[in-house]
Design a protein around this ligand. Sequence first.
Ligand SMILES: Cc1cc2nc3c(=O)[nH]c(=O)nc-3n(C[C@H](O)[C@H](O)[C@H](O)COP(=O)(O)OP(=O)(O)OC[C@H]3O[C@@H](n4cnc5c(N)ncnc54)[C@H](O)[C@@H]3O)c2cc1C
Length: 169
Amino acid sequence: MVVLGYTVGSNMFYNLAISDPRPKVGVPPGSWNQPADVGTMRGLMSGWCQEVQALASLVEEDECASWTLGKVPKLLSYASASGRVVLIGDAAHALLPHAGQGAGMAMEDAASLAEFVGHSTSKDNISKIMSSWSQFRQKRVEHLREISHGNTSDMTFPDAPDQIARDDK
Ligand SMILES: Cc1cc2nc3c(=O)[nH]c(=O)nc-3n(C[C@H](O)[C@H](O)[C@H](O)COP(=O)(O)OP(=O)(O)OC[C@H]3O[C@@H](n4cnc5c(N)ncnc54)[C@H](O)[C@@H]3O)c2cc1C
């Protein structure tokens, strides 16, 4: 289980994200913000340190939501054959959030797309340009996918020598 806490909205809100690897009943993939039971959430935290339990105790009844993490499998290309349609961001390559890079990848997609299109001299070669852009981005995104995948197991070690070595590192 992974617990992540951070401020959002210029410090107006505090978000507590708890990632629990067990499958959930009633939270279908592709849906989010399903109302969740605050008591169940606090129960998940019962074996954690006092600081985490104190944070969990501040969450109010209507503030707890549940959703299933999902990922988009590797696509053959982010661009259509004609180059007239491209997918960027999570639509192209949603990854598990364990590298904290999903939004960064979406921004890189947009910035690099502007570069590739900006250097195009003719509409006639748009298919080739988009295909090159897709290859450029896929290499980078797949590297991040490997990191995220690796972090998934690294972050969820049970208390044991592997976990102690990770914490020391
Ligand atoms: C718990 C968690 C922690 C994360 N932490 C990080 C982090 O630390 N750093 C990081 O870089 N990334 C992080 N991410 C990932 C990041 O949130 C996503 O990768 C990013 O938001 C993807 O941006 P996007 O614009 O592609 O998609 P989205 O942000 O999902 O935007 C898509 C938008 O389209 C709208 N939409 C959907 N369907 C329609 C429709 N039919 N018509 C009109 N609008 C529609 C949606 O409402 C949404 O506003 C995290 C994700 C999770 C779940």
